[in-house]
Design a protein around this ligand. Structure first.
Ligand code: RAT
Ligand code: ZN
Length: 412
């Protein structure tokens, strides 16, 4: 029988050494030039840190946004790291990144830190970061209605294989009638009231972009007010365009539910909040479309238990990640423990949601520690129940949590 100490060591090693397939990020490869965010100034101007800074400074929103990025980064560094203790999870993340990169922060000198990043070349730096994060692949968030991003897809041929695609379609589901103009500009005959050929044209748009991107899944984030089905354009586009095509192409449809956009527009990207959502709609979506595959994460802590229960009821539903405001150690631990107890190995504990390349270093370092802690407790409990725990079992569980559960779901 393996001892408790042995089990804990095996788990720690397996989780640390198994590469992760990060199923939702906002990262881009170096060939996407300015869309690839990396380095200390991008780390400091992450929207999580902007929100935290604006609580503590007297600088007005207008003055903040009129500063260039390096000046914003300096204000954030001064406010959160010098004038206060950087104990929030997002601040701690910056320090973990610097520590793993071997950058000395003992002098708390931003100028010195910047010197390290000035020496890096984007393409090589991607290798360094993937290695330090022990990451095999990241899934991007690809929005063909974003003109800057679309430009790259229309010009690049091959991209770095570690960057996988996901077709993100928030406006196509949520922005009627306005999105009709955007679709029309791209040559799809769409009417704001969905009349005539609009649905067929939305399908054509989706098919064209699935052909071009070859995505692993189609995705959308939804507000807490989202209901399914209802009489809205969102339900019509879902039922008549998105779900049939996802079915045909065998692509999961991923929903991220619970974001109230722009509760404070002055904060721009940092101005979104959370609201409790409707689990019944998730049930009806999965039960009403049994030949579709769904992935789901919800933003409100209050929804996370019922979402885990929903996954027990629908084999076509894969629950993933501790999203955004849930991506804090105390909540990750609680969620991961609860999900393991309800779902065994059949969920994806985490995604990084990284917007800045370097962030995968800290997001995975912090999350791996928690996944390992919970997993070790569960294996120690198995041993106490008389089960002969093997190192191979532990390795298989780590692989499932960090990549296998997701990749097998894609193949189903
Ligand atoms: O976590 C984030 O950075 C959010 O701003 C969102 O991007 C969210 O994750 C989303 O994908 O909508
Ligand atoms: Zn995201």
């Amino acid at each position: 029988m393996a001892s408790e100490c042995e089990i804990r060591n095996w788990v720690a090693k397996a989780v640390e050494q198994t590469p992760v397939f990060d199923l939702h990020t906002h990262l881009y490869p170096a060939s996407f030039e300015k869309l690839m965010l990396w380095g200390i100034d991008e780390l400091l101007t992450y929207h999580y840190l902007i929100a935290e800074t604006m609580r503590l400074t007297d600088v007005s929103y207008g003055d903040f946004w009129s500063m260039d990025k390096s000046r914003q980064a300096e204000l954030i560094w001064q406010t959160l790291f010098i004038d206060h203790a950087p104990i929030s999870e997002a601040c701690r993340g910056v320090l973990t990144v610097l520590e793993k990169l071997g950058v000395d922060t003992s002098r708390r000198d931003l100028g010195k830190i910047r010197k390290f990043f000035a020496k890096q070349k984007p393409e090589k730096y991607v290798d360094t970061v993937f290695k330090l994060a022990n990451c095999s692949a990241v899934v991007m968030t690809n929005d063909p209605l974003d003109p800057v991003e679309r430009g790259y897809w229309e010009s690049v041929s091959r991209i770095d294989d570690r960057f996988k695609t996901a077709l993100r379609i928030d406006p196509v589901l949520l922005n009627w009638p306005k999105v009709a103009d955007q679709l029309s500009e791209l040559g799809y005959k769409a009417k704001g009231n969905l009349s005539g050929k609009t649905i067929a044209e939305v399908r054509r748009f989706l098919e064209d972009w699935i052909d071009r991107l070859d995505p692993l899944y189609v995705a959308c984030s939804l507000p807490p007010t989202w209901r399914y089905p209802d009489k809205s354009f969102t339900t019509r586009v879902l039922d008549e365009a998105v779900l049939p095509i996802a079915r045909e192409r065998k692509l999961p449809f991923a929903i991220m539910v619970g974001v109230t956009r722009q509760v404070n527009p002055q904060l721009k990207l940092a101005g979104d909040a959370v609201g409790k959502s409707d689990i019944e709609s998730v049930h009806r979506l999965c039960a009403g479309n049994p030949d579709n595959k769904f992935m789901c994460t919800m933003l409100a802590r209050e929804n996370t238990h019922e979402l885990a229960v929903a996954a027990r009821k629908h084999r076509n539903l894969l629950v993933f990640g501790c999203w955004w405001f849930l991506n804090n150690p105390s909540i990750i631990e609680e969620m991961t423990r609860m999900r393991m107890e309800l779902l065994g190995e059949s969920f994806v504990p985490q995604h990084s949601d990284a917007r800045v390349l370097d962030q995968i270093i800290y997001k995975w370092s912090h999350s791996r520690q928690i996944i390992a802690k919970v997993m070790a407790d569960k294996y120690v409990d198995l041993a106490a129940a008389g089960w002969k725990v093997t190192r191979q079992d532990i390795q298989r569980t780590a692989e499932n949590f960090l990549s296998g559960t997701f990749t097998k779901f894609l193949e189903r």
